[in-house]
Structures are given as C-alpha cells and as structure tokens.
Write a protein that binds this ligand. Structure first.
Ligand code: 3PG
Length: 311
C-alpha cells in the first residue's frame, strides 16, 4: 500500500480547503445574481408561480442537454430512486414557490432575514416530528434566531402577510427537503450534481399543473406584453438570467454537499444570506431602520451560535 508522507497529507488538506472555498464563493456569487434578476423580473412581471416553474424548466433543460451531449454523465437510476426522490421534490417545489411568492410581495432582504431562521425550524421539526433531542445550548440559540426574526418582521417598513408567510412556509418545506434528501443521497450512487438535476425534473412535473391552475396562460401572456412594453424586448434576458442562475447556484450547492457535512452546509447557507441581504439592500435601495437591521443581525448571530452549539 502507498504510504502518504505528512506533507502530502497537508497538501491534500489544503487542496480540499481551496476546493470548498471555491465552491462556497461560487455558490454565494451565483445566488446574489439570481436574487437580483429574480426580483427585477418579479417587479415587472408579478407571476411567481410561472417564474419558479421556468427556473426548474431551465435547469431540467440544461441537464438533459448536458447528458445527451455527454458533457455530464447521466445517472443510473431505478424506480426506487425516483420513489425516494418524490417527497424531496414535493418539499423542493413548495419551498421554492413559497420563497418566490414571498419575494414578489416583500423586499428580497426581508425574505432572506426570515429565511435565516431556518435552523430554528430544523430543530423544532426534528424534535416534534422525529423525536430527536438536543443539548440545552442548541435550544438557547433559538432565542436570538426567533427573537431577531420577530424584531426584524415587526419593524419592517413594507411588511406584508403573504410575504412573511411565504418565507416561513419555505423554511418549513426546506427543512423537510433536507431531511428527506439526506436519506436519498446516502450510499452516493448519484453525484450531487445529478441528484439536483433529477430533483429539478421531478419538481418541474409537480409544479407545472399548480402554476397553470393558480395563474394560468391568459394572465401570463397579458402580463408578458405589459412587461415587454415597460422594460423592452431585453426583458426576456432577465427571465433567462434568473432561471439559469437559479439552476447554477443550486447545482453548486448540491455539489458542495458531496464534500461537506450538513452543518458546514448550513453555516455556508447563512453566510450566503448575509451577502444577499446586504447586496439587495444596496441595489434596490431598500429602506431599513436601525432597529430593523438590529433584528436581522441578532437573527444571523443566533444562527452562528446555533452552529457552535451543534458542533
Ligand atoms: C427559491 O426561490 O427557491 C429561494 O430563493 C431559495 O432559497 P434558498 O436561498 O434557501 O435556496
């Protein structure tokens, strides 16, 4: 057997660290761009059910083409795989559409402040649905998370109930998605990239009939004409950008999940939200009161305390 020398081990560890840093930086950057285009589209074209369906459709298309052209190797799946994927796809569809509905009603920063409370949902779901118990510091870390989110919500200048509930439902749905997908990715016969591709395809099939029922082609066409007359023909590129970037940031996040623990992943996700909150406030000139910002900061700090307590 090959004996590894200590400096080779150190080199491998450094290379792994660099790889994860590149994944994280790419994930956050793609996510910031997605959030900006997504909001620009929703401002001119308030049809969140259609735009969330389009982002899944774009992801499915990109992956089907990549498999056909052999840019990526298609996964070998069986019926059992798709059966286990079904609950993940239901949760992914609900969480995705709920977040998009939320962002169509409130500032991007507000949706993400509420979404930074996801760890609190994770603990509550694990406790009440799975009967898991946690050490006291974990429960205590929920106090600043919930308190901070509540303070940010009550002081939000443009508070809207649908916007708030959408973000809360998205939190709940994504906690279930993460619990189910952890089970589905076990054994690792399918890579993170292909797992997310299959998830997009199945979620697209689930979401499409609901999008047609809730909004429907008539409203979509009329709204599209209005948006194009307001923005110009390049509006279509905004829609394309939000769809492509949605797929890419999720793909990179699932690829990084292959390399890191779920805990590191959730810390990365919270740091991602800080970059989205700050950049969207600057770009959309979102009005923030100091007490509102304090609420957001407490919630984010709570998430860090939570990750420390869980370690
Ligand atoms: C969506 O549209 O699915 C949300 O913006 C995703 O939220 P995330 O930041 O939790 O991926």
């Amino acid at each position: 057997a090959k004996i590894e020398l200590p400096d080779q081990i150190a080199q491998a560890a450094a290379a792994q660290k660099l790889k994860i840093s590149i994944y994280f930086a790419t994930w956050w950057a793609l996510n910031v761009v997605f959030n900006i285009y997504n909001k620009k589209v929703l401002n001119a074209y308030p049809f969140p059910w259609l735009t969330s369906t389009l982002s899944l459709a774009m992801g499915s298309l990109i992956m089907l083409v990549s498999w056909t052209l052999r840019i990526a190797e298609a996964p070998k799946t069986d019926l059992e795989f798709w059966k286990t994927l079904f609950p993940v796809a239901v949760a992914h569809s609900i969480g995705h559409v709920a977040a998009t509905v939320s962002m169509s009603k409130v500032a991007v920063s507000f949706t993400h402040i509420i979404k930074s409370g996801e760890p609190a949902f994770s603990v509550l779901v694990s406790k009440f649905f799975l009967g898991e118990t946690f050490p006291m510091p974990v429960y205590l870390s929920l106090v600043p998370i919930i308190g901070g989110c509540a303070l940010a919500a009550v002081t939000e200048l443009n508070f809207n109930m649908i916007g708030f509930m959408g973000a809360m439902i998205s939190n709940l749905a994504f906690v279930f998605r993460n619990i189910f997908s952890k089970k589905g990715m076990k054994g690792k016969s399918v890579s993170g990239m292909n797992y997310y591709a299959c998830l997009s395809i199945m979620s697209l099939l689930i979401l499409t009939p609901f999008a047609i029922a809730v909004e429907g082609p008539q409203l979509w066409v009329a709204g599209w004409e209005r948006a194009v007359s307001q923005i110009g023909p390049h509006f279509i590129w905004w829609v394309a950008a939000q769809s492509v970037f949605y797929h890419l940031y999720n793909q990179v996040s699932y690829m990084s999940l292959d390399e890191i623990s779920p805990l590191t992943f959730s810390i990365g996700n919270t740091m991602k939200r800080i970059s989205v909150i700050v950049s969207s406030i600057i770009i959309f000139r979102t009005p923030v009161q100091p007490v509102n910002a304090l609420g957001a900061a407490i919630a984010v700090l709570g998430t860090f305390l939570y990750s420390q307590a869980k370690q």
